[in-house]
Write a protein that binds this ligand. Structure first.
Ligand code: G
Ligand code: G
Ligand code: MN
Ligand code: NA
Length: 258
């Protein structure tokens, strides 16, 4: 028999059998030096191939897979919040990546809100990271309704990979974006490259005008971190703070921070 016969055929099956797990990467406030939240990042703990990153299993996913995966990650993210609360850590938010595919599912907002309600977690502790290309996707009425409903319920909206898309201003105008995540490609080398600095300064000025928080992602060096803090970027996320880690490791990390 094929040794692969017993393996899950789809990501949805893997999710159901508990093989899709969330890792968590911290986000740090530059002013206070405190952790403001964690981003949940999906990993497939594959029985034979080891720990797989999304790039190796997300591309072929069906719409049903997207919904199953998001719900699975949401449940783990809410469990993580409770875990941190119970340990006495003040971690205000947890962030989920929301694919355009999931957003196009008409029942998406309802199932998220139902889960929050069931677990008695305030929607204001959940950040939804949508890609900047949410502009074009919002021409789908289902996506627009989902975003409007989640936002009205109090969920926070982050624009992920900011600067790499082209519909950001439209999305900001339509959906009340809470924070922009400045894409890693702008952050790389920003402590010494004047071209990078001009871009970041322009993005910060735009965000300030619009009253939106800023987070720089992919911050890898102390020099980048202190430059970003100095020019007024609100928050940072990246290897210089910590790599994405399993839930068990977040407690020791939080303890070290305090
Ligand atoms: O470490 P990293 O390999 O985790 O993530 C790679 C990409 O996969 C990123 O663009 C990230 O936004 C995306 N990603 C990670 N987790 C999820 C998830 O749960 N849902 C969706 N839709 N995308 C995710
Ligand atoms: O698209 P999104 O921003 O959700 O993807 C986040 C991705 O960036 C994840 O794959 C995560 O593991 C990765 N990541 C997080 N911090 C860093 C970093 O400091 N450097 C690099 N190269 N990647 C990072
Ligand atoms: Mn993200
Ligand atoms: Na991003």
């Amino acid at each position: 028999a094929d040794p692969d016969d017993d393996l899950p055929a789809t990501v949805a099956e893997a999710a159901t059998s508990g093989q899709i797990i969330a890792h968590f990467q911290p986000q740090l406030c530059c002013n206070s030096g405190r952790i403001t939240g964690f981003e949940a990042l999906a990993r497939w703990q594959h029985p034979t191939r080891g720990l797989l990153a999304p790039a190796s299993f997300m591309p072929g996913m069906s719409e049903a897979d997207h919904s199953a995966l998001t719900l699975r990650i949401l449940r783990q993210a809410l469990a993580a919040l409770k875990h941190w609360d119970q340990a006495g850590h003040d971690v205000p938010t947890v962030s989920l990546n929301i694919s355009n595919c999931a957003l196009a599912d008409p029942g998406f907002a309802a199932s998220l809100l139902w889960e929050l309600d069931r677990q008695e977690v305030s929607p204001s502790r959940l950040v939804l990271e949508v890609l900047e290309s949410v502009g074009p996707i919002s021409s789908s009425s289902a996506a627009r309704r989902n975003l409007a409903r989640l936002s009205a319920a109090g969920c926070l909206l982050d624009l992920d990979d900011f600067g790499t898309g082209y519909a950001s201003l439209d999305a900001i105008r339509q959906f009340g974006v809470h924070r922009i995540k400045i894409d890693r490609s702008f952050v790389m080398g920003c402590d010494c490259d004047p071209a990078q600095q001009r871009m970041i300064l322009a993005i910060l000025a735009l965000a300030e005008r619009l009253g939106i928080d800023t987070l720089a992602e992919g911050v890898e060096t102390r020099e980048e971190h202190s430059f970003l803090a100095q020019i007024g970027c609100d928050q940072v996320q990246g290897y210089v703070i910590a790599r994405p880690m399993p839930l068990e490791e977040t407690l020791a990390f939080l303890q070290d921070q305090e």
